[in-house]
Design a protein around this ligand. Structure first.
Ligand code: 10G
Ligand code: SF4
Length: 333
């Protein structure tokens, strides 16, 4: 029979079970963006400016800042002739144009999967469509994508907002989505769009990226068995917040934490099974840190539940590629 010791729940062997969702933590776009800043620091030397947080994670940003990266909100904080990296979330054409006008040394950290959505926005707008973007107002990715065709795009967050749009047959309308949305919630918004605009055109492929989809599916696979879900990620990380919301919808108590030290002992009272995952911008080392902290409350047994393996890798921009990765014609990027 299970016993309760020191106000926390443990099994017969005195262990709490930790279900580790897989995939979790860094995606290919985040790994690429961080490596871009690291290589820029190596090749150009500090300071290297980064517009916005390279990814939405406090420890990633603090670590790079300690090595000479300077994070700014806008380009007017970047001195002339400096190197500036655009964050993984992407930028609008207006920001690119400003950087060119200023003659800045730009290295683009935009994830190729975000760049794909930008290209779709341009293509749809160029054929005369009204493009509905499903996403969160104020998020950097949304600002960048909307900036591709500001006169042709409409942002919606919820099915209620879709119902508030003027009804039409949907001819000359298409939709796109932010890459890090909740898959189930987005399906509801898209079905509201299709109902209101029957001739609405789909994007050629899903805009919610593989990493977002996999992390949500992996969490879904463990949530019913978890009394408590811990999501490692920072509070401005949209995909991490979506994981917490998903756990809540699945009936679990859930918290977003930056590190192990954030765990409050009272969260673990009566908890036999902890589900653990991490958003796409949270370093794997922080998951290890959370496991160490969980161990400090008593023995744990860790079981990984991996639903799929990810082997996606994106090439670096040529501006920071080594000699071996440079294109055959040696063109700069
Ligand atoms: O989940 P969001 O978009 O807030 O970003 P993040 O930095 O926490 O995670 C990586 C995802 C992106 C860079 C957006 S495509
Ligand atoms: Fe790219 Fe997806 Fe990662 Fe965003 S979450 S950086 S779109 S791989």
């Amino acid at each position: 029979m299970a016993t309760v010791s020191s106000g926390t729940y443990v099994d017969d062997a005195g262990r709490r079970r930790v279900l580790l969702a897989g995939p979790r933590s860094f995606c290919a776009g985040v790994e690429r963006a961080i490596e871009i800043v690291e290589r820029a620091l190596e090749s150009r030397g500090a300071p290297v400016y980064v517009r916005k947080q390279i990814v939405h994670n406090v420890s990633v940003v603090d670590d790079l800042a300690s090595r000479g990266a300077v994070f700014v909100d806008e380009l007017d904080e970047v001195p002339d002739d400096a190197t500036v990296v655009f964050s993984a979330h992407g930028v609008s054409p207006a920001v690119r144009e400003e950087a060119v006008r200023r003659g800045l040394d730009v290295i683009d950290g935009t994830c190729p999967l975000v760049a794909k959505v930008h290209a779709e926005a341009r293509r749809f707008a160029a054929r005369g469509d009204t493009v509905v973007l499903v996403g969160h107002a104020g998020h950097e990715e949304v600002e960048g994508t909307m900036g591709e065709a500001p006169g042709s795009m409409v942002l919606v967050e919820t099915a209620e907002e879709v119902h508030a749009l003027p009804a039409a047959d949907g001819r000359g309308m298409s939709y796109l989505t932010q890459t890090t949305l909740a898959v189930d919630e987005t399906a509801e918004v898209v079905s509201a769009l299709r109902e209101r605009f029957p001739l609405l055109q789909d994007p050629p492929s899903d805009d919610i990226c593989y990493a977002t989809t996999n992390r949500q599916a992996a969490l879904k696979a463990i949530v019913a068995e978890s009394d408590l879900v811990l999501v490692v990620g920072s509070e401005n990380s949209s995909n991490s917040v979506r994981l917490v919301e998903m756990a809540h919808r699945g009936g679990a108590r859930a918290h977003l934490i930056d590190r192990g030290a954030d765990i409050r002992p009272e969260w673990l009272e009566g908890v036999r099974t902890v589900g653990l995952t991490a958003g796409a911008s949270a370093p794997p080392a922080l998951v290890a840190d959370v496991l160490t902290r969980l161990k400090s409350f008593g023995p744990i047994e860790v079981e990984e539940r991996r639903i799929t393996h990810e082997d996606i890798h994106f090439d670096l921009p040529s501006a920071v590629r080594g000699q071996t990765q440079r294109p055959a014609d040696g063109r700069p990027g």
